[in-house]
Design a protein around this ligand. Sequence first.
Ligand code: ADP
Ligand code: MG
Length: 411
Amino acid sequence: MSGSGREAGAERDSDGVSPVGPELRSGTARELFRQLTGGAEAGVWSAPGRVNLIGEHTDYNEGFVLPFAIDRRTEVAAAPRTDGVLRVVSTFGGEPVSLPVADLVRAHAGGELRGWSAYPLGVAWALGEFGADLAALPGADLAIDSTVPVGAGLSSSAAIESAVALALTELWGLAHSRETLAKVGQRAENDAVGAPTGIMDQSASLLGRLDAAVFLDCRSLAAEVVPLGFAEAGLVLRVIDTGVRHEHATGGYRERRASCEAGAAALGVPALRDLEPGDLDRARKLLDDITFRRVRHVVTEDRRVLDTVRTLRADGAAAIGPLLDASHVSMRDDFEISVPELDVAVESARAAGALGARMTGGGFGGAAIALAPADAVAAISEAVELAFAARGFAPPTQFTVVPSDGAHRDS
Ligand code: ADP
Ligand code: MG
């Protein structure tokens, strides 16, 4: 999934689509678009990354999540073509990639959608799976730029999928709801990229609202906007990116999913969502220790999401700290998806005044979040930096994220 190497379709640039040089790899999406085409875009669309406030590895267990869209976005400057070719380029590097839209199904079946371009081309392919007549579409040029860090657990993947899905839908005159676009992005990520992720990230990126979180029931896909009120309460949400990078498509993520499926099957429920904390005694007797702990994480995490929503509404954001803390302990000890860098980030932030902290995202690296009084931010930054240095870890990147609006057309 890294963006290295030659991408699917790059060699097709001989068929009348001019190859573009490496000087493309800087500037905004709009500038990149001009460099690619020599002309102006028809529009710019953008979609945010997300932070998951709480509810980790519950989405594919048909449970609850509470992410919010952040003020880091992926921009797509785009215009339709007339020759049926879809051409994509990103400031993140790699050759521009182009492919006739009518060839997407064949290219997907042949495993030709690879590297970073599998995200935007996969979205176009998935629009076909959701009813678009790919052979009849005029094609498009897409130039992509992003301020969402890649692989940090902030879902740069959903940001690119959602921005591209919205851009193509509007360019091509397709009528899809935001909820369907979330499914389109997920289908692209699952079937074109090959990462078995749930619906959470795309939902947050498409349905997010300023100063609010998206409370999502991953079974019914019912979504509710829950006001966060961080600023009002004098709080900020800090992200501590450990710099440790994960690979979702392989290893731990798949293994955890498999354990959850095995646990649900052994307990005779369609998904772990269907278990209550009161079922855990029975689970402990039926399951091996590892599967039991995986199940316990998911069952208790679902409760923590519901408790967080209730607490936010009843008592405000300052009261949710202990739930964030408990979520981290559960991921560290039961689900075993934390790494030492994440544990140190969480512990040092908390010791320096954070009200609560937890790793966020799929795990095995990425970022932690800390909810903190605004006046504790400087002390937390310093404490985390010192703790990382003391352990010999590479310096983390720390920044504030602001709950922001979901995908929209910018111009
Ligand atoms: P995360 O979603 O946590 O950031 P993923 O591994 O799920 O990490 O997705 C990251 C991948 O998405 C990158 O390796 C790249 O292939 C693709 N990607 C994300 N943003 C961009 C972008 N702006 N341009 C090109 N590819 C991108
Ligand atoms: Mg991702």
